[in-house]
Write a protein that binds this ligand. Structure first.
Ligand SMILES: Nc1ncnc2c1ncn2[C@@H]1O[C@H](COP(=O)(O)OP(=O)(O)OP(=O)(O)O)[C@@H](O)[C@H]1O
Ligand SMILES: [Mg+2]
Length: 473
């Protein structure tokens, strides 16, 4: 749903960009449709109210339907513009590579439009499409006035903080609650029982399921008792793809503190076996989705070399994954945070370095927002960070009273609080966010990859240069 909604603005940008492209206009002129295409620039007036419309669609179904129509129309427009481009390029091919662009464009009105049989067919087909779209666009543009949409509404001017990558390190002073869960797991990790009651591989695996899993695993990993109990500690972010070779390599590199280029699983496993030999290790496999027992069996083969009492913590959203990997009596289920813990977490992000008078005014609104977060740490943190840059009661009240809180997001498990923090992103960042969703979960992408994705043509060129289309998908 996020991607689809953000696409309204991104598809608009693409269409507008294509509409003003000089070669296309020149070609359109030659086909006597330039004036009609100019009419399509009415999109600029629609774009001006798009942000307001995106906000209103939450409460007003008619606005949502209007946006849906607009989106499908924008797709049709883009298709037609692409067909135009393709036809223009085809003409360059027909008239030979030696013909200069200007020569080709001179030829088009006299020869292509009139003489070439395929062009006659093309013109008739595209002409009909253009007429149909222009009629529909006119109707959709008129409906805009029914909704009293405001131009130039840019959402609340929130500034986004740069998001840091997750590692095993965490600032423990910023963690609220979880003391009981942390103690229960640590007591188990250090217990005699754990050393005896371990799995078929000699290693106990403790799954954590719920919310704030990575955070809990981080504070356990950093605990001094855990540090001194084990000979070596290893943190691996696994994510969607359970790549046995890649994970083995990551564990090996962590154990040996050196990198390896090997991609041979047998050689990596043997090196890991040697590296773990006789050591009591503590391994965290963060964010595991693998449901295939054979993958897990393949990965754990070298772990037997570790000393008795070695431990693995697996964090996963998936109960099935937990039961495949678990070797101890039960998984650890994390519940929501208490209201007080959630309030402290929200306050840490929302009120940091805030003037006391302003804080006093905002606190009662913040408390009501925290109740709506229902103990979800990610929600409290995201909304706290979002509101931090806006020290204004109106903005806070707008978030508090936003219809999204009551919004049933169809066929989606996106929580209202997270939807809200997305909703208040400026349009350009919403688009950027939508493009980020193309990358697989936890995939480390570079800035230039993202900007290539945001410009489809550059993406193709970039992937061609790297000789690998499959890298991103
Ligand atoms: N007890 C807590 N105190 C403070 N912040 C927390 C707490 N629990 C989680 N958070 C914050 O909430 C966010 C989400 O937490 P975390 O990444 O641990 O969740 P997760 O269950 O691992 O999510 P996922 O299923 O996406 O991997 C993080 O930014 C984290 O810092
Ligand atoms: Mg996690």
């Amino acid at each position: 749903m996020f991607v689809a909604e953000a696409a309204v603005s991104s598809i608009f940008d693409l269409v507008l960009e294509k509409l003003v492209a000089a070669p296309l206009l020149e070609y359109a002129r030659s086909q006597n449709v330039e004036a009609t295409l100019q009419e399509w620039r009415i999109l600029l007036h629609i774009e001006a109210v798009l942000t307001d419309a995106e906000q209103k669609q939450i409460r007003e179904r008619a606005v949502k339907l209007w946006l849906d129509d607009l989106k499908s129309l924008a797709y049709d427009m883009e298709d037609v513009l692409d067909e135009f481009n393709t036809e223009a390029n085809l003409q360059i091919l027909i008239h030979g590579p030696q013909a200069s662009t200007s020569k080709v464009h001179k030829l088009i009105p006299t020869c292509f439009a009139a003489c070439h049989p395929t062009s006659v067919k093309f013109n008739a087909k595209i002409g009909e499409k253009i007429e149909k779209i222009t009629r529909e666009l006119d109707a959709v543009a008129k409906r805009k006035h029914d909704f009293h949409l405001r131009e130039g509404v840019g959402g609340l001017p929130f500034e986004m903080e740069e998001r840091l990558q997750t590692t095993s390190l965490v600032d423990e002073s910023s963690i609220y609650g979880r003391d009981a869960e942390k103690e229960a797991i640590i007591q188990f990790l250090l217990s005699e029982e754990a050393s005896r009651d371990n799995g078929d591989n000699g290693v106990s695996v403790v799954p954590i399921v719920g919310m704030g899993k990575t955070t809990l695993a981080q504070i356990i990993y950093l605990d001094k008792r855990v540090e001194s109990h084990f000979d070596t500690r290893i943190w691996v972010c696994v994510s969607d793809r359970f790549d046995v070779t890649g994970i083995t390599k990551a564990i090996l590199e962590s154990v040996t503190h050196s990198s390896t280029d090997s991609k041979n699983l047998d050689s990596l496993q043997n090196s890991l076996k040697n590296g773990l030999n006789g050591k009591k290790f503590f391994l965290v496999l963060d964010d595991v989705w693998n449901e295939k027992p054979q993958n897990w069996d393949a990965l754990k083969a070298p772990f037997r070399a570790g000393a008795q009492g070695s431990m693995i913590i697996v964090t996963t959203r998936n109960e099935d994954v937990a039961s495949i990997m678990r070797t101890t009596a039960s998984s650890h289920h994390l519940d929501v945070l208490s209201y007080e813990e959630c309030r402290l977490l929200f306050a840490k992000h929302a009120f940091a370095h805030m003037n006391t008078n302003i804080r006093q005014k905002l606190e009662p609104i913040g408390e009501k927002i925290v109740r709506k977060c229902r103990g979800l740490p990610l929600a409290a943190k995201s909304l706290g960070s979002l509101l931090h840059t806006k020290q204004d009661e109106n903005a806070w009240n707008e978030v508090l009273n936003n219809g999204i809180w009551d919004f049933q997001i169809e066929r989606s498990d996106i929580l209202p609080a997270l939807y809200l923090s997305y909703h208040y992103l400026p349009t350009n960042l919403k688009r950027c966010f939508a493009y980020c969703s193309i990358f697989p979960k936890d995939y480390k992408f570079e800035k230039k990859e993202l900007s290539a994705v945001m410009d489809g043509r550059r993406l193709i060129r970039w992937l061609q240069k790297r000789g690998n289309y499959r890298r991103l998908w």
